[in-house]
Ligand binder design. Structure first.
Ligand code: NAP
Length: 237
């Protein structure tokens, strides 16, 4: 299997959660890592706490001008991980249509913009992060399931259109990351405990569970167009 040693790896969403764990893992495997996200403050904090030297650059994947400016000033990367997204949930009837468009804009069109503008080595790869809702739609989260399904199909199409550059997708189940930081602590704890009880593995996921799979996808040169579920068996129950 190929190594990440000396490779240029960009992790979009690298300031938190799954992206942060991926950046830490890539550093441990000897990669030159750049993390990117919107907030300079979060980037600086991540840069200070990651176990090694990383470059940090501001980027908003929801904004075409930001993506264009970022990649105009960027080197050719060996690998790009797109784990950066933030959006609101809601039912199709009740969610504000602008919030619905914003969710698709950041998570689906964000990955599309990056694939369109980034320079990536011919033997390089992309990993997108989707989510289990594409296979297990849930009331109140219908749109996000559809966005995840679109993202998975986008990656598979790009695996053909941009070959030999490889495209793979990690689809997480419930992962305990700062994404739920706004929930009241007690409600969050109870929710995570309930999910853990329901899963065959009897625990919720950690960011590192997803990062391990992402790093494997970057290194495995025979893997493209794959969607891997890191969900503790959630699709089985
Ligand atoms: N955690 C779960 O249970 C779970 C389950 C299924 C799928 N997922 C998916 O996994 C991905 C990562 O989630 P996570 O749990 O690691 O979330 P997280 O801890 O909240 O991290 C999200 C990261 O994305 C960045 N980001 C948000 N909007 C961005 C934008 N417009 N442009 C660039 N970067 C942006 C954030 O930084 P800034 O705020 O600085 O931009 C942050 O670094 C998301 O796509 C999420 O939908 C997560």
């Amino acid at each position: 299997m190929a190594t990440l040693s000396g490779k240029n790896v960009l992790v979009i969403g690298g300031s938190s959660g799954i992206g942060y764990a991926t950046a830490a893992g890539a550093l441990a495997q000897g990669a030159h890592v750049t993390i990117a996200s919107r907030s300079e403050e979060k980037l600086r904090a991540a840069q200070a706490s990651l176990p090694g030297k990383v470059e940090a650059r501001a980027l908003d994947v929801a904004d075409s001008a930001s993506v264009e400016a970022f990649f105009n000033a960027a080197p050719t990367y060996d690998h790009i991980v797109v784990s950066g997204a933030a959006f609101k949930f809601g039912t199709v009837r009740d969610q504000n249509i602008d919030d619905a468009f914003a969710a698709m804009n950041v998570k689906f069109w964000g990955a599309y913009r990056v694939a369109r503008k980034a320079r990536v080595a011919a033997d390089g790869s992309f990993v997108f992060v989707s989510g289990f809702l594409s296979r297990r739609p849930k009331p109140n989260m219908v749109l996000v399931g559809a966005i995840n399904a679109a993202l998975e199909t986008l990656a598979q199409g790009l695996a053909l259109e941009m070959a030999p550059i490889r495209f793979n997708v990690v689809s997480p189940g419930i992962i305990d990351t700062p994404t739920r930081a706004a929930m009241p602590a007690e409600a969050r704890k109870a929710m995570l405990e309930n999910v853990a009880k329901s899963l065959p593995v009897k625990r919720v996921g950690l960011a590192e569970d997803c990062a391990d799979q992402i790093l494997l996808m970057l290194r495995n040169t025979f893997m493209t167009g794959s969607v891997v579920y890191i969900d503790g068996g959630g699709l089985l129950v």
